[in-house]
Design a protein around this ligand. Structure first.
Ligand SMILES: Cc1ncc(C[n+]2csc(CCOP(=O)(O)OP(=O)(O)O)c2C)c(N)n1
Ligand SMILES: [Mg+2]
Length: 641
């Protein structure tokens, strides 16, 4: 009791009065209280029951029955066998038994519970973790209301092709449901809510079924295209004792699907014969090995590479990197190779908004080749499939698994003459690369000392503060400057965006990446937009509580900037006033004090900073905090995007 909480004897009297006459007074221990509660419930049930159903007097009361082998212990063991390191939850009675099994049976380790204040945060954390760790994390949701909150985070993960093991509770046996909330929180088909954007789901009816479904779910989520999967956790299955001898099946050793060898030979011939081949990559690489293979392919062909940045696919420092020259490259190309590109049509056509006119950028006779899992597995309802693009050769396969065969085929098809041509081409591309870098550097200096701070200055200051660390930028698409200016050579350094562009995803995704990077000694930073943070700011408490070392640098433009631009565009085409377009879009009056918000949730924080010359020193202090294991936030007032 704290000193401020008042007179002790007075409190005790109040407490005594409260307990007087209640069964709970018989014992102070929590276990005894819960036993009493059960006793009271049992008595109530017995009184209500028809005479014939009353238990015989000699029989044990339900309150004298203990379950020492709940099904949830076995289910928790299954989660451990599947390899889950963490399980993000917002607690719920639907999985109270599993929750207890994880903390008391497993000792809250493998999986360890990550407490989240919103289910969307839990999904986002698992999303970011998967990208940084290369394996799924678990989330456990209350099957109805919890899952309803989690949906957008799951959709982001689906669009971003990341593995995730979703568990959700449900009470399938209606006669066992507690009256009231357990009914409103039960559903015939809980997975129906997310079925359009999970790869597979199941509602196991036995523990053996649960074990086999988890093994299957893990296999599906870890096979390209990697996407979330969901296994329901029936309440009775959790709370009943284990029946029979359920067994966890052996875990499968996975390989990723590879493109057809004959088709790859054909692709290699086209690429080798090309005068101006271009490679465009989206979610092509899963690891540094993938980046190495990309370099080998590009160098063998002397081909320019456009890395769209949804993962790190190609070093930004490499001479063949022309990521920000896609339009001119596509215009001149005779062969374009698209590697797990989500939107081939959008990459090869220009679209004018708001006029909605479009035209192809590529030459009519340019050969288009795709290697992707996109054609192998998709669903019909949500339209992240993008516009149909006719191509000359579509090869189904995981890019990283397919590249070795393609590289070999290219090398075999390469004559001495073609090798010389490739070397000449590479030299020309290298020149363009240097020009591109110079242009970006010059452009970044625009408004260098401006206040509010430019995003280019913010990015440069952040890089300066973390360049001595083994660093990662968890969400790397909030402004294009880091991708333009920072030397990126490692796959872990930039992990892409939110996938589905569901705002509110950036913060938890960054948190999840930092959680995974913690074990690898990687320092994680993120550029955090203001609007995104405010969807579920409770994620900051999760960062502080679990000591997740993340540096958040606010890109606080005090508005939903992207949307202001849309409304301005509409005002333009409607020929109406522009000065009202801030309505509904500005996040001012009051200005949000993000440092205070973060401090209130247990983080180290400074700001708001409006003078760009003050950012460097503040970041230095923040980096030191994060290196000591404490998440930190620096609030910088910015402009634009
Ligand atoms: C869940 C959701 N709601 C609304 C939108 C529409 N939207 C797209 S960008 C954006 C603005 C986000 O603001 P902020 O995170 O501050 O980024 P800024 O545009 O200011 O850089 C909004 C609301 C969306 N994409 N997702
Ligand atoms: Mg904003």
């Amino acid at each position: 009791m704290s000193k401020a909480s008042g007179n002790k004897s007075e409190k005790d009297v109040t407490r005594r009065n409260f307990l007087k006459g209640t069964a709970a007074a018989a014992g102070a221990a929590i276990a005894a209280v819960s036993a009493t509660t059960r006793l009271a419930q049992a008595a109530e049930t017995a009184a209500d029951a028809p005479a014939a159903a009353k238990p015989a007097a000699a029989k044990k009361l339900p309150s004298e029955t203990f379950i020492t082998n709940p099904g949830s212990d076995f289910m928790a063991d299954v989660m451990r066998t599947v390899g889950l390191q963490y399980l993000a939850i917002n607690p719920a009675s639907g999985f109270r038994s599993l929750h207890e099994s994880i903390i008391n049976h497993l000792g809250n380790k493998n999986p360890e519970i990550i407490t989240c204040m919103h289910e969307e945060t839990a999904a986002g954390v698992a999303h970011g973790y998967a990208k940084a760790a290369g394996k799924p994390m678990g989330i456990m949701m209350h099957g109805t209301v919890g899952l309803q909150h989690a949906t957008m985070g799951i959709y982001n993960a689906w669009c971003d092709r990341v593995p995730m093991m979703i568990f959700a509770s449900n009470g399938m046996q209606a006669d066992k449901r507690r009256p009231g909330v357990e009914w409103t929180h039960s559903v015939q088909d809980a997975a129906g809510l997310v079925r359009d954007f999970v790869k597979w789901d199941d509602q196991p009816a036995s523990l053996q079924h649960f074990a086999e479904s988890c093994a299957r779910a893990w296999k599906f989520t870890m096979t390209s295209p990697m996407e979330p999967v969901m296994v329901m956790c029936d309440i009775e299955l959790q709370e009943d004792p284990v029946h029979g001898r359920p067994r966890m099946p052996k875990m499968t050793r996975l390989t990723q699907p590879q493109g057809d060898t004959a088709a790859l030979r054909e692709a290699a011939k086209l690429l080798v014969a090309a005068q101006k081949p271009v490679i465009i990559a989206d979610r092509a690489c899963r690891s540094q090995q993938g980046v190495k293979l990309m370099v080998e392919l590009a160098e063998a062909l002397g081909a320019a590479v456009v890395d769209n940045g949804w993962r790190t696919n190609f070093p930004s420092t490499h001479d063949l990197n022309l990521s920000f020259m896609r339009q001119s490259l596509v215009r001149d190309a005779d062969v374009v190779l698209l590697l797990e590109v989500n939107d081939p049509w959008g990459n090869l056509n220009s679209f004018s908004d708001p006029y909605k006119t479009y035209r192809p950028i590529h030459k009519p006779d340019a050969k288009i080749i795709t290697i992707a899992m996109q054609d192998v597995y998709l669903k019909s309802n949500y339209q992240d499939i993008q516009r149909f693009m006719p191509v000359d050769l579509a090869i189904g396969g995981d890019v990283e698994a397919t590249l070795p065969d393609l590289i070999e085929a290219v090398k075999r098809a390469m004559s001495a003459g073609r090798k010389n041509e490739a070397a000449g081409r590479a030299a020309a591309v290298a020149k363009l690369h240097r020009q591109m870098i110079e242009r970006d550097k010059e452009a970044s200096a625009n408004g260098w000392n401006a206040s509010p701070v430019s995003t280019a200055r913010l990015s440069a200051e952040l890089y300066n503060a973390i360049k001595g660390e083994k660093w990662a930028l968890a969400v790397s698409d909030r402004t294009s400057w880091p991708r333009r200016l920072w030397p990126v050579t490692e796959h872990h350094q930039m992990l892409g965006g939110t996938g589905g562009a569901g705002v509110g995803g950036s913060l938890p995704i960054a948190l999840g990446a930092a959680l995974a990077n913690k074990d690898k000694g990687i320092f994680t930073a993120t550029i955090q937009p203001d609007g995104d943070l405010m969807y579920a700011p409770g994620a900051l408490w999760t960062a502080a509580h679990h000591k997740i070392p993340l540096l958040l640098v606010m890109h606080n433009n005090r508005c939903y900037h992207q949307e202001i631009m849309h409304v301005q565009r509409m005002a333009g085409i409607h020929q109406r006033r522009q000065d009202t377009c801030h309505i509904g879009n500005k996040i001012t009056n009051p200005d949000i004090d993000f440092a205070k918000v973060a401090q209130g949730l247990g983080m180290w924080a400074e700001g708001p900073i409006t003078d760009p010359s003050k950012i460097g020193a503040a970041l230095k202090r923040a980096v030191a905090e994060v290196k000591n294991g404490r998440p930190a936030l620096i609030d910088v007032v910015t402009q634009g995007r």
